[in-house]
Design a protein around this ligand. Structure first.
Ligand code: ADP
Length: 170
């Protein structure tokens, strides 16, 4: 039987419970999930690319072990469609939160489809429990000393708090 490889791309700065839910659900219908960690210097990430890759690997290690599926965490700094071709993926998985993500995703998918119509983008609706979680807001809440443990895994929360402390110290 043909194996399906998919990419779940993102900045993951940091990985949240919402991302982890999409990964867990994506694993139900693909044989190989490549989590693509984008360099994204324009977003001025809190964590370096290496740190984000390490974080995503650590937080998804259990998922890979519990499913009959392969997870690979791969950094990328190229056009998503070129990355997909390079790793042999035919599906792109994206999470969709309420209306906020729609317009951007709609445009991106349209452009990507014109670049390579053989690669299909699949959207998973965010679970209502995680609907409002965004990496950007997690960082904002932490910046103002709010509690972020409900939004990200425990170790990630500690890392975010520590990094923000460092940043504030200058
Ligand atoms: P990007 O820079 O590509 O938006 P993100 O790390 O912010 O990267 O998000 C990666 C993907 O995960 C996107 O498809 C985004 O819509 C989705 N996503 C982010 N947060 C959530 C969430 N809470 N629930 C479901 N999907 C989410």
């Amino acid at each position: 039987m043909a194996q399906t490889s998919a990419i779940y791309p993102g900045t993951f700065d940091p990985i949240t419970n919402g991302h982890i839910d999409i990964i867990r659900r994506g694993l139900r219908f693909v044989d190989r999930l490549v989590i693509g960690v984008a360099t994204n210097p324009s977003k001025d990430p809190l964590f370096t690319l290496e740190e984000r890759v390490k974080m995503v690997r650590r937080e998804t290690a259990d998922l890979a072990a519990s499913e009959d599926t392969v997870i690979e965490v791969v950094p990328f700094n190229e056009l998503l469609m070129h990355f997909a071709e390079r790793v042999g993926a035919t599906v792109i998985i994206r999470g969709l939160r309420a209306v906020a993500d729609f317009e951007y995703e709609f445009q991106m998918t349209g452009m990507n489809y014109q670049i390579n119509p053989d690669i299909e983008t699949v959207f998973l609706m965010a679970d209502p429990r995680y609907q409002t979680i965004a990496s950007k807001l997690v960082k904002e809440v932490a910046w103002y000393d709010g509690k972020i443990t409900g939004f990200v895994p425990k170790t990630v929360a500690e890392e975010v708090v520590a990094r923000i402390k460092e940043k504030k110290r200058g």
